[in-house]
Design a protein around this ligand. Sequence first.
Ligand code: AMP
Ligand code: MG
Length: 413
Amino acid sequence: MRGFAERADVEEVTSFLLAHASGRGAEPVGLHDCVGRVLAADVHADVDVPGFPRSAMDGYAVRGEDSFGASEYDPLRFELIGQSLPGRPLEAVVERGQAARIMTGAPVPKGADAVVMAEVCEEEDGAVLVREPVAPRKNVGAPGEDIRAGSLVLSAGRRLRAQDAGLLSSIGVGEVPVVERPRVQLVITGDELLPPGSRPDGPRIVDSNSVVLAALARRDGAELLPHTILPDRPEVIADLLATAPADVLLVSGGSSVGQEDHAPRLVAELGSLDFHGVSMRPSSPAGVGRLPGVPGTAERWVFLLPGNPVSCLCAYEFFAGPVVRRLGGRGEAWPHRVVRLPLARKIASAIGRTDYVRVAIEEGAVVPIATSGASILSSTVRAAGAVIVPRGLEGMAEGQEVDVLLYDDEPPR
Ligand code: AMP
Ligand code: MG
């Protein structure tokens, strides 16, 4: 065994990743599948919405100026010439002194320019009495008032929301180009591992990293390829590294400098091991490399994630997460909500090292969780989030305001 000769800084690794990772190509998806995906091209409308003058009320379509002078005591009488319903317009023209019954969403007939609401009208022998004047254009939605033909409705790079899909539908678009999801291959290594769903058995432990990594990668927009647990046998690991048709390979375990740690050497042999060993805690044995493309992929990213569950999660968040998001057209920034709160106790760190500290939030203050071993997965379960101590600091003082990256999307109930 040999130690790490030198370790890279977190920032160095991150800038390398961002300098080399760019978005994947585009694929068309239907509107029911587009929400949460990233739009790959600008979308312009080629129609007006609405495409016709549209009634905003149930009532009577008239020429507004004909209603001037109408009042409660002196209602004006209009000849009723028919009705306009949504999708079933009245073809006749509304002339002076005439009215047409109309429903919300129905086209306002030619000749009419306003809608008097039903509440101030009364029908009587083929006529309608109007008790309130209505100004021209009142209660009528102009063509294009929602969307104008030719306008830019959504820009490339937009993460589509439910209402965006609705808007696309309203302009007659049924399919949009979105950035392809990055494909992620989990490479879970360890002779001691039993598959999820097993019970721990003597010296054999149940793989938890695959479960965590799959969920984090999906959160970041990835599509997961199937995987199995691999033994610590170099030829088996090499085979998957050489052939996996993925954009990103996440290697869990066997990534450090121990005798069963084959992945770093294999990555260096098959492609390039760009970094191995980072000045951080946990996850210092983490590594980053690139492997040549296989049919259907460009050059492939490979992340060496230490097997210890907290290190594995931490290394994913620092290095793999930003790349997965970038490839899928999302921003590289961490997706966590951030709150700024004072520290209840100081956090000790060391200059030159970046720390990922699990913290609880108690009575509005940030409490570092004492058990900080990288193997203690439950520390991340008890934690509300993490505080990152940058490498330039020796620590953070009690009372100092710090940013907490929250694990939960929603505020606590
Ligand atoms: P390694 O990085 O392979 O040296 O593993 C470091 C520690 O993490 C060891 O205690 C392993 O048993 C544990 N470990 C490795 N892989 C996993 C995994 N997939 N799930 C949970 N623990 C793991
Ligand atoms: Mg191992």
